[in-house]
Design a protein around this ligand. Structure first.
Ligand code: FES
Ligand code: FE2
Length: 448
């Protein structure tokens, strides 16, 4: 038994086989956090930076982060998105302060070095010195080359209107990075339709960034913790569901089909289930199935509309056979959660700030071809989410309270043994397998 006064080992001690007992130290150790930034956010991984729809016109930009580094995503040409680091090549100032804007060039206010939208250095004041009394004073050395002093440019990958960036030149393609199973769910949501940004939520959560990944890799808490989810039948442990990971167990998709269980059944034993609770404004869960929920119809398979299947949850155009998912929550390691919860779709960007806090930025979006009614519906359903959302407010709190406990006894460990101690894809959600999977990957990368 460790005592609080014992120094923590440099490498956390994992109890037993595998990763079902997670040392609190992985949430509390600043050195480990720095190593995570290096190994997950700055090398070998793609990080989410935004949606193309956020920067529609040439010169539009958005300031965001990769890990803890400030970066700028810019529409640098009609069909080009550049991502540059927000660190001036001169003396390192974080020159861009606006969150969003439009510029022809970037100018650092300190000494006015100016850069193209792609990040090339184009102007250096007093480069050739200043003439005084017939003599040139100062100036940059004759061998100074602007070409060698541009902003740091990140590698960029775009797919379906979503933009990812990496500091690592040798990162695999985004498609290989996601792997075929996760890519299929990614393409289901981002299937080529033009995206439309509906709005943002931002919140600071005083907890370790991995807790947010865990929260969305934990499929059974919503029906227990979130009164709203269980009571209104949006997400329950007895719904038909599937958990799918990439081959490294770092990314995952939780797929769930609403309305595929009995009305009350087991969930009436759950304390958060409130039979008498009702929504005053029913429009918050005015759900209308959409064709894309079924995913692409495999060739040769009849569409649902051509088959005598019916059922209110089967959208027009859906393929027959598998139940049509009404919610797919994807965790793309390490930086983003891609959400479809009935008609509400959003990206949730995890922006770490030290081991004990992160900013969580939600971009709610829709599609350019949505009807005005559908756009309204997406906006209304977005009330479930964000810092004051009917369900998401609970997650911020439990993460904060978990972090508080971790800090008080970092030598202890958490338990993730529901559904066993191994890691595998499942066809139910009564398991913590995705969390074990993420830490199997964590150990592989962090202990190498
Ligand atoms: Fe940016 Fe000097 S630090 S111009
Ligand atoms: Fe939750």
């Amino acid at each position: 038994m460790s005592l609080a006064s014992d120094p923590l080992p440099e490498r956390p001690r994992w109890e037993g086989e595998g990763t079902s007992r997670i040392p609190f130290q992985v949430y509390t150790d600043e050195q480990l956090h720095k190593k995570e930034l290096e190994r997950f956010f700055y090398q070998g991984h793609w990080c989410y930076v935004g949606l193309e729809a956020e920067v529609p016109a040439v010169g539009d930009f958005k300031r965001t982060v990769v890990g803890e580094r400030s970066v700028i995503m810019t529409r640098s040409a009609a069909d080009e998105i550049s991502v540059v680091e927000n660190v001036c090549a001169h003396r390192g100032m974080r020159f861009c302060r606006e969150r969003h804007g439009h510029k022809k060039e970037f100018v650092c206010s300190y000494h006015q070095w100016s850069y193209t939208l792609q990040g090339d250095l184009q102007g250096v004041p007093f480069r050739r010195g200043v003439k005084q009394d017939g003599k040139v004073n100062g100036g940059m050395p004759a061998d100074f080359k602007t070409a060698e002093h541009g902003l740091t440019r990140l590698k960029v990958a775009r797919r379906g209107g979503v933009v990812f960036a990496s500091f690592d030149e040798n990162v695999p393609s985004l498609e290989d990075y996601l792997g075929p199973a996760i890519l299929g769910y990614f393409d289901r949501l981002f299937n080529g339709r033009q995206l439309k940004v509906l709005g943002y939520n931002r919140q600071r959560i005083p907890g370790n960034w991995k807790l947010m990944q865990e929260n969305i890799k934990d499929p059974y808490h919503p029906g227990l913790l979130h009164t709203g989810f269980g009571t209104f039948g949006l997400w329950r442990a007895d719904h038909k569901s599937q958990l799918v990971m990439d081959e490294h167990f770092r990314h995952a998709a939780m797929i769930s089909t609403r309305g595929s269980a009995g009305q009350a059944g087991q969930v009436t034993q759950v304390s958060s289930f409130k039979e008498s609770m009702e929504l005053h404004d029913k429009r918050f869960i005015d759900i209308v199935p959409e064709p894309w929920w079924a995913g692409p119809t495999p060739p040769g398979r009849p569409k649902a509309s051509e088959a005598p299947l019916g059922g209110s949850e089967v959208p027009e155009g859906a393929s027959v056979g598998a139940p049509v998912p009404t919610a797919v929550m994807m965790t793309i390691f390490p930086s983003v959660i891609l959400q479809q919860q009935v008609n509400s779709v959003s990206t949730r960007h995890i922006q770490p700030d030290g081991h004990g806090a992160f900013d969580f930025v939600w971009t709610h979006f829709g599609f350019e071809d949505d009807t005005p009614e559908m756009e309204q519906r997406r906006l209304r359903q977005a009330n479930l989410f964000g810092p004051a959302g009917f369900v998401a407010a609970d997650d911020g709190e439990v993460i904060e309270f978990s972090q508080e406990a971790f800090e008080s006894k970092p030598f202890h460990r958490a338990l993730a043994e529901l559904g066993g101690r191994g890691v595998e894809n499942t066809d139910h959600m009564v398991t913590e397998t995705l969390i074990r999977g993420m830490y199997a990957y964590w150990r592989k990368v962090m202990e190498a």
